[in-house]
Design a protein around this ligand. Structure first.
Ligand code: G6P
Length: 489
């Protein structure tokens, strides 16, 4: 029997209903690495068993679609998904999502090697939450734990990401009988680097985050580096001791391990073989220049200003290429994101001027692009340029490898990734196979790597790389995690 996640708990719902029921227009599923990774492992609901997804109700018309307890069956191409939405008041949600999750934890967890707020002008200092904000984070986590505890027959619950770190412990305290797994999709920070932001209440709350995660039977992290940093931080807490393969806490063994996430290969492949060339690349094609593509959520962790700066320097040094950069709007209104737009704007204007002087098409836009265009852009690019300052995994390089697999091997491009993205450690040793690694904070290296990549050096995307991405797909990832979860007690 295939291993199944009975309960998936994620901050985001499987999709948000943005249209009324009568309009009969399907709502698109959300974006971000978590959804993309978890979607392929959902087991359709057969009336008594299958996966139940529990997420927050954030869509404008969600209530029209759900019963009074938030349940609905969502039709997908894989079959129906049993889905429960939890609804929160706007101030509770603003504090949970805007303050604790995304102004404190998100910038904090990405501090893996450098004090990023110090070395960039726009990366926000992780903001210590107020007691009131923290109470909202606790309230949201409690609601998720209670919803999961309602599912008494569930053999397991898989809790996802930094917005729900308290849930595993809360669920255990509520007497949940199934196994509890927790997976962190983001990096886990270095305590040494994060220390300046963990004075007083912030440090106490961060301790609660770790204790919450340790309520699980299995804690999964993206990379061996994240695992080492997590275990180091956990064993600094009173009552947590190191054991082989995990830690001991509250008289229980908590298994801790690394599971680098994968993608839905078949989905990318089917789009890559059928989607036409996107309009956005027409100027590049007409100019007959190599095409560099940047694609991501417009987040301060993605190193977008650093990339634009490197491109300015490359253009001024004589490089000739077209650029299409698309940043999807994300977390709008969250104050941690306030400085980013101005930084991107400034660097994009300079890069555009340099591109213009070099006679090269250049477009850097903030836009939501449909999935078909995303994959088509990844397929058409000569260089897919990501430059995360830190990233849990970053699925773009993996998607791009599969998207490019439909091209003849000698015409494929090169993918650039930031050295502190999980993908760089998961695919270490693939530098000659079309995955070049850069330090986004080292401008000289960025320029050099881009210039090399434009000449397809040190190597194009290879069959070896593509084969690895295929075999380490989302299903393999989830199967490994769930198998270990089953063995964990
Ligand atoms: C990242 C996080 C996810 C999150 C996604 C989109 O991938 O790891 O947990 O869902 O970004 O962010 P949002 O705030 O829109 O949910």
């Amino acid at each position: 029997m295939p291993i199944r996640a009975d309960l998936i708990l994620a901050n985001r719902a499987y999709l948000d209903h943005e249209a009324p029921r009568w309009a009969d227009s399907p709502s698109p599923a959300g974006s971000g690495g978590l959804l993309a990774a978890v979607r392929p492992i959902i087991e359709p609901w057969d009336g008594s068993k299958g996966t139940t997804w529990i997420g927050a109700g954030l869509g404008r018309y969600d209530r029209e679609w759900t019963d009074e307890r938030g349940f609905e069956l969502i039709e997908t191409n894989r079959g129906p998904v049993r889905h429960r939405r939890l609804y929160f008041g706007s101030s509770t949600w603003a504090a949970h999502y805007g303050e604790v999750s995304n102004s404190f934890l998100w910038p904090l967890v990405h501090l893996v090697r450098e004090d990023l707020p110090k070395v960039t002008g726009y990366y926000p200092a992780p903001a210590a939450p107020t007691d009131g904000d923290w109470a909202s984070y606790v309230a949201v986590n409690t609601a998720f734990a209670e919803a999961a505890a309602d599912e008494a027959a569930a053999a397991n619950a898989w809790v996802h990401d930094y917005q729900l770190t308290l849930v595993p412990r809360m669920l255990r305290e509520r007497g949940f009988r199934g196994r509890i797994g927790f997976f962190l999709h983001t990096p886990f920070p270095s305590l040494e680097v994060a220390q300046p932001y963990l004075a007083g209440a912030a440090g106490r709350y961060f301790g609660e985050v770790i204790r919450g995660m340790l309520g699980a039977d299995l804690v999964g992290l993206q990379s061996l580096h994240d695992l080492a940093r997590f275990v180091a931080a956990a064993t600094r807490l009173p009552g947590v001791t190191l054991e082989r393969g995990g830690v001991r806490f509250d008289g229980r063994f908590v298994r801790c391990s690394a599971y680098p996430v994968g993608i839905d290969v078949d989905d990318v492949l089917s789009v890559a073989t059928s989607a036409g060339p996107p309009d956005r690349i027409r100027a590049a094609r007409e100019a007959g220049l190599p095409l560099v593509v940047g694609l991501e959520r417009g987040d301060f962790t993605k190193g977008i200003p650093e990339r634009l700066r490197a491109m300015t320097t490359a253009y001024r040094a004589g490089a000739r290429f077209a650029y299409v950069g698309i940043a999807a709007p994300t977390r709008e209104g969250v104050r941690a994101y306030e400085a980013l737009d101005a930084a991107i704007e400034r660097e994009a204007t300079r890069a555009q001027e340099a591109a213009f002087a070099a006679g090269c098409p250049f477009a850097n836009v903030r836009a939501n692009v449909g999935w078909r265009d995303v994959v088509a852009l990844q397929r058409e690019a000569d260089v897919v340029f990501t430059s995360s300052l830190a990233d849990g995994q970053n699925l773009v390089p993996l998607q791009a490898a599969i998207a490019q697999s439909v091209r003849p091997a000698r015409e494929r491009g090169v993918i650039i990734t930031g050295r502190d993205a999980g993908v760089a450690s998961a695919y270490a040793g693939f530098e000659l196979d079309g995955l070049a690694t850069v330090d986004p904070l080292d401008e000289g290296q960025m320029v050099h790597t881009l210039t090399e990549a434009l000449e397809a050096r040190p190597g194009r995307i290879s069959e070896r790389f593509i084969g690895e991405v295929r075999s380490r797909d989302a299903l393999a990832w989830a199967t490994r995690f769930l198998t270990d979860l089953e063995d964990a007690c």
